[in-house]
Design a protein around this ligand. Structure first.
Ligand code: NAD
Ligand code: IPM
Ligand code: MN
Length: 356
């Protein structure tokens, strides 16, 4: 029996609602395919601050490091918005967790299920058939450069710096080129090389590497244009590779092509232990109401099977089950439309579980 230990970090807000169904689904897939999964839960984010005083307790980090993969819900919320930046859930837990696990690549597939074509806020003819993946650099760029805040005579001065080395750009670009080789062989590298020095290095590095991947068609696009192109003609994209902050923003935008941010899973890879989490946050406005869409988290669990464990059959089972439930017309509120059957988080989880 192949054995895998999974660290489970529900976190805050809807995190505690969307993670349990994903775990139940993994358990069922494990039982069917004779995979030895063990699950160990730990605290992270605001829940960890409340319990232990820090957002990323050492026990949590240690558990993640000795596990084979991590499943995370979401962290943060208004309750923890006013504590110093370096201690808040986002900067004090999620960023260091990604850095400690050396997860330099965040893979966010933007796929529009046929059943959800009319659920997108964009016109059907614009979005039908969209199938792209955004590869976001995750341990460098604007998030990880020097940060500073100081008093001035008249107020304050706050600094964030965007830093990249050749090596950091090379490794994410290689991963993106290889990804494109297994897809439609088109790579769009997104930067701001017309203004930023780091953008120039990014573009030069990608251009140099392109010679090693002659089968991949490469184009360079400025990030502002990319934001526009994503809603003008999303089907032009196959693989997008970009800086940390740009990737964060572009993927929230791109999520609407797939109908809802509740449909956008993610895999963070690069180190020994992969981290799998939905691309959305803790959704404080609907937390505790059984209204959150659990599918992004369930699809992130499928990505875990695919990327960390190479259990492609198990990943396929989950993806098929999700497609079947959507085909039957069941939707959480974020995808509500005339003629669909609206269900809560728990019921959506149970429906997918039943189709496994
Ligand atoms: P958000 O993604 O939590 O919510 C944005 C909007 O999308 C809300 O209206 C919310 O209800 C909706 N939404 C999000 N996920 C949904 C789902 N699964 N089903 C249905 N609707 C969903 O972003 P925000 O409001 O900007 O941030 C809230 C908190 O989450 C902040 O503290 C933020 O820092 C944090 N956050 C955490 C992560 C993470 O843990 N990876 C990611 C993004 C934001
Ligand atoms: C995401 C989130 C995080 C990010 C925050 C919560 C630190 O928005 O995973 O997309 O910006 O990376
Ligand atoms: Mn984000």
């Amino acid at each position: 029996m192949r054995k895998y230990q999974i660290a489970v970090l529900p976190g805050d807000g809807i995190g505690t609602e969307i993670v349990p169904p994903a775990v139940e689904i993994l358990k069922k897939v494990g039982a069917q395919l004779d995979l030895g999964f063990t699950f160990q839960e730990a605290l992270i984010g605001g829940a960890a601050i409340d319990e232990t005083g820090v957002p990323l307790p050492k026990e949590t980090l240690d558990l993640c490091k000795k596990s084979d993969a991590v499943l995370l819900g979401a962290i943060g919320g208004p309750k923890w918005d006013h504590i110093p930046t370096h201690l808040r859930p986002e900067v004090g837990a999620l960023l260091p967790l990604r850095k400690e696990l050396a997860l330099f690549a965040n893979i966010r597939p933007v796929i529009l299920y046929d059943e959800l074509v009319s659920a997108s806020t964009l016109k059907e003819e614009v979005v039908t058939g969209t199938d792209m993946v955004v590869i976001r650099e995750l341990t460098g760029g604007l998030y990880f450069g020097e940060k500073k805040r100081e008093k001035t005579a008249t107020g304050e001065r706050a600094v964030d710096t965007l830093v990249y080395t050749t090596e950091e750009i090379e490794r994410i670009a290689r991963l993106a080129f290889e990804n494109a080789q297994h897809r439609r062989k088109k790579l769009t590298s997104v930067d701001k090389a017309n203004v930023l020095e780091s953008g120039r290095l990014w573009r030069e590095t990608v251009t140099r590497l392109a010679q090693e991947y002659p089968d991949v068609e490469v184009e360079h696009m400025y990030v502002d244009n990319c934001a526009m192109q994503l809603v003008r003609a999303p089907k032009q994209f196959d693989v997008i590779v970009t800086e940390n902050t740009f990737g964060d923003i572009l993927t929230d935008q791109a999520s609407m092509i797939s109908g809802s941010i509740g449909m956008l899973p993610s895999a963070s890879i690069g180190g020994k232990v992969g981290l799998y989490e939905p691309s959305h946050g803790s959704a404080p406005d609907i937390a505790g109401m059984d209204r959150a869409n659990p599918l992004a988290t369930i699809l992130s669990a499928a990505m875990m099977l695919e990327y960390s464990f190479k259990e492609l059959q198990g990943a396929g089972k989950i993806k098929n089950a999700v497609a079947k439930v959507l085909k039957q017309g069941y939707r959480t509120g974020d995808l509500a439309q005339e003629g669909t059957k609206i269900v809560g988080t728990k019921e959506m989880g149970a429906l997918v579980l039943a189709e496994i």
